[in-house]
Write a protein that binds this ligand. Structure first.
Ligand SMILES: Nc1ncnc2c1ncn2[C@@H]1O[C@H](COP(=O)(O)OP(=O)(O)O)[C@@H](O)[C@H]1O
Ligand SMILES: Nc1ccn([C@@H]2O[C@H](COP(=O)(O)OP(=O)(O)O)[C@@H](O)[C@H]2O)c(=O)n1
Length: 233
């Protein structure tokens, strides 16, 4: 990217929202982006998209070379449907529902530990930084992808509350799961995401940490908006 384009992009404000699974990143990011009138990046959907594309191609999740090629080749696009819901299109196929399964989450977490896969997705994520601003949701938004972001939030909640939220979310969608299995999967994914060598899940040093245990969605949105306002003041 030429320096002038880089300079223009870095003038665009970014709010990063990182945290573990079920902390509410997607929900809060979408609502905050709508309130600010900013764009939204669901970086997890890119990792999930590569995982799903790898699954469709019958690739071995333990074969880094195949996964790296898949990360470079996979076409992952975002479209809004008539109801305003974000749909994720993988290699021309609407994969939104498949992407949200815990199987896709676990596959994403496995491939996300491959450094070259992360590198393949780096510039694609940075390209979402467009005026008037960007809310970026993920694991390494504040630490690696947008380290110069003006506003950084790290959302957490107890593992039990996160598993309970996910349980309700999946039950509403008619997916049959048990709370115990979900808690186990969430703890396994937390451990893998936090302990990997590259871009491990951790708060940026300049992030504001918000523990959302026992807090409703509206209260969290207001707290995050307060972080943005405080930095602007
Ligand atoms: N503060 C909150 N209180 C209660 N439920 C929440 C809260 N934040 C999110 N949720 C619900 O929890 C579920 C998981 O949230 P999601 O945004 O998908 O989390 P993440 O993107 O961090 O995995 C969703 O059903 C969402 O509506
Ligand atoms: N910026 C990101 C986003 C996701 N990921 C990986 O992708 C997986 C799925 O991310 P996600 O944000 O869609 O998952 P949830 O938090 O919604 O469960 C995570 O468990 C991470 O391993 C990542 O490594 N870096």
């Amino acid at each position: 990217m030429p320096d002038s384009v880089n300079a223009q992009a870095s003038a665009v404000p970014v709010l990063t929202i990182d945290g573990p699974s079920g902390a509410g990143k997607g929900t809060i990011s979408r609502l905050v982006a709508a309130r600010l009138g900013w764009h939204y990046l669901d970086s997890g959907a890119l990792y999930r998209g590569v995982g799903v594309a790898a699954g469709w191609a019958g690739l071995d999740l333990a074969d880094p070379g195949a996964l790296i090629r898949c990360a470079f080749d996979a076409h992952i696009g975002f479209e809004e449907d008539a109801a305003g819901e974000l749909r994720v299109i993988v290699n021309g196929v609407d994969a939104t529902d498949e992407l949200r399964t815990e199987t896709a989450g676990a596959a994403a977490s496995a491939i996300a530990a491959v450094p070259e896969v992360r590198a393949a997705l780096r510039e694609r994520q940075r390209a979402f930084r467009r005026p008037p601003g960007l809310v970026a949701d993920g694991r390494d938004m504040g630490t690696v992808i947008f380290p110069d972001a003006l506003h950084k939030v790290f959302l957490t909640a107890s593992p039990e509350e996160r598993a309970d939220r996910r349980y309700k979310q999946l039950k509403d969608k008619g997916v049959s799961v048990t709370l115990d299995d979900l808690l186990r999967e969430i703890l396994a994914r937390d451990a893998r995401d936090a302990n990997r060598a590259v871009a491990p899940l951790r708060p940026a040093e300049d992030a504001v940490c918000i523990d959302t245990t026992g807090l409703g969605i509206d209260a969290v949105v207001e707290r995050v908006l307060a972080v943005v306002s405080a930095a602007r003041a």
